[in-house]
Ligand binder design. Structure first.
Ligand code: HEM
Length: 471
């Protein structure tokens, strides 16, 4: 009996896997036909399958085979558009100023964010400013924008100053110390984002211990939020609905975290709305609640506010942390840049350990350092769009429904716009070099660009008294 059941389960699993592979093959085969005229990779199975010669033709162009798409570009002078495969489906990878400007500005209406795939996992708490399109997106963006004006960003500088004081209370007050850069930058950004987004102290620099009601929650807000923005979204991205509900520990834990975050946010929104606390607070959640009061024709629902505030945390935390890590890496690897930056900070701040919003404007070299670090190590390397209707980009027909991957990093590395693209040289941005504004887009460009351009604010990094070396 048990053997029969096991055999049955095995057969069903086999059928399911066969169906998934077959479906992917048919979809990719048909897209490959539609995109045959674009040079690039041909593969009919999702990338996690080994490349079986019978099932794929390697990179080809005009019937010839090439080892990489860079070699096609080099040999044939193809610009801006390459057929490629991303995880499971055939996509058009787009890079370079002309093609990018066409997609995100000139003909942006034809290229919404794809629905039902890449951006769906971000809807873990419902529709939001990052994943929505058209009128729904306009509603979100209109109500989220006020939270990011200069006055409120000013408040972020205070939060950052406070966090730096906290940091000096840890081993950072010693003459010389070793930093686990990934861990520390994650803690710093988590602490800042907790205060900035929710006015909640995650105590991230001191082990993240927070009091919470253990009868109703499994974890503290900070812990649950941190895990959901890392693993929760990943889980939703990688697993189908019914798989997520299997009694497997990692899935169960993720669902508990999602439940906890949902409840914490729900209660915060209810409490702040009821008691009008939002009027005196300047964190993003309170500002979002405030924007929804008063003369608003179609405001956001509580669910939408919850989803947007989660997205701020999700979109702002890892990106900023990764950015700080790479900037420190470059400073530690380039002594000349580090010395020049320290000198500028000393001149602007004098002996002052606090930085003001206005000081940021004076830190011109710091801004160049950050810009160059974001060119070489853009925290978001690519983003995605889908063609609504047939179109033409750089002479190539783009059929309706095609998936596009806008390649930030390939554009940042294009030697035509960035001589010696792999070299870290902040002076590129000192105003003496002509820069094509469409060749630089760490925060994207156009109407769907990042809601907060952090470049000015990030110039506040305090390295007045610190010297960074790699160990
Ligand atoms: C170094 C830090 C950051 C980088 C490099 C960055 C980069 C980007 C990029 C490339 C996009 C476009 C994504 C797409 O089209 O799919 C984007 C969108 C967005 N970012 Fe950021 N971001 C950063 C920090 C932040 C922070 C701190 C927040 C919020 C607190 C934030 C909130 C958003 C939101 C809400 C969107 C969606 C905007 C829309 O579609 O209207 N980001 N960001």
């Amino acid at each position: 009996m048990i053997t029969t059941v096991l055999v049955l389960i095995f057969l069903i699993a086999l059928l399911y896997v066969g169906f998934v592979i077959g479906r992917a093959y048919v979809i990719n085969y048909s897209w490959n036909k539609k995109l045959e005229h674009i040079p690039g990779v041909t593969q009919f199975l999702p990338v996690f399958f080994p490349r079986i010669p019978l099932f794929y033709k390697p990179l080809h162009y005009d019937g010839k085979v090439y080892p990489s798409y860079q070699s096609v570009i080099k040999k044939h002078g193809v610009k801006g558009v390459v057929r490629t495969i991303s995880y499971t489906n055939i996509m058009i990878s787009v890079y370079g100023p002309e093609s990018i400007k066409h997609i995100i500005v000139t003909n942006a209406k034809n290229y919404p964010k794809p629905t039902g795939s890449i951006y769906t996992p971000f809807e873990i708490f419902g529709s939001n400013v990052l994943s929505a399109n058209d009128d729904l997106w306009r509603k979100h963006r209109l109500l989220c924008n006020p939270a990011f004006n200069d006055k409120h960003l000013n408040m972020l500088v205070d939060v950052a100053n406070q966090t730096m004081i906290d940091l000096r209370g840890t081993n950072w007050n010693q003459d010389s110390f070793i930093v686990d850069v990934k861990k520390t930058m994650t803690q710093i950004t988590l602490q800042i984002m907790g205060l900035a987004a929710f006015n909640v102290d995650f105590n991230a620099l001191h082990g993240g211990v927070q009091d919470f009601d253990k009868t109703r929650f499994r974890s503290s807000f900070g812990d649950a939020l941190h895990r959901v923005s890392n693993q929760g979204i990943l889980l939703r991205a990688k697993t189908n609905g019914w798989i997520r509900n299997l009694p497997i520990k990692v899935f169960r834990d993720a669902l508990h975290d999602i439940h906890d975050v949902d409840l914490y946010l729900k209660e915060m929104i209810e409490e702040r709305s009821r008691s009008h606390i939002y009027e005196s607070k300047h964190d993003l959640l309170s500002l979002l609640i405030a924007a929804n009061h008063g003369d608003v024709k179609t405001g956001l629902t509580s669910q939408e506010i919850k989803s947007d505030s989660f997205i701020f945390m999700f979109a702002g935390h890892d990106t900023t942390s990764s950015q700080l890590q790479w900037t420190l890496w470059e400073l530690a690897s380039n002594q000349y840049v580090q010395d020049k930056l320290r000198e500028e900070i000393r001149q602007v701040l004098g002996g002052n350990q606090h930085i003001s919003f206005e000081d940021c404007d004076e830190l011109k070299y710091a801004l160049c350092v950050i810009k160059e670090s974001m060119r070489l190590h853009a925290p978001i390397e690519v983003f995605f769009r889908q063609a609504r209707n047939d179109d033409v980009i750089n002479g190539y027909k783009i059929p309706k429904g095609a998936s596009l991957r806008v390649n930030i990093i390939a554009t940042h590395m294009d030697p035509e716009h960035w001589p010696e693209p792999h070299v870290f040289r902040p002076e590129r941005f000192d105003g003496n070099n002509k820069i094509n504004q469409w060749a630089y887009l760490p925060f994207s460009l156009g109407t769907r660009m990042c809601i907060v351009s952090l470049l000015d604010l990030m110039a506040k990094i305090d390295c007045n008294n610190w010297e960074a070396n790699l160990v």
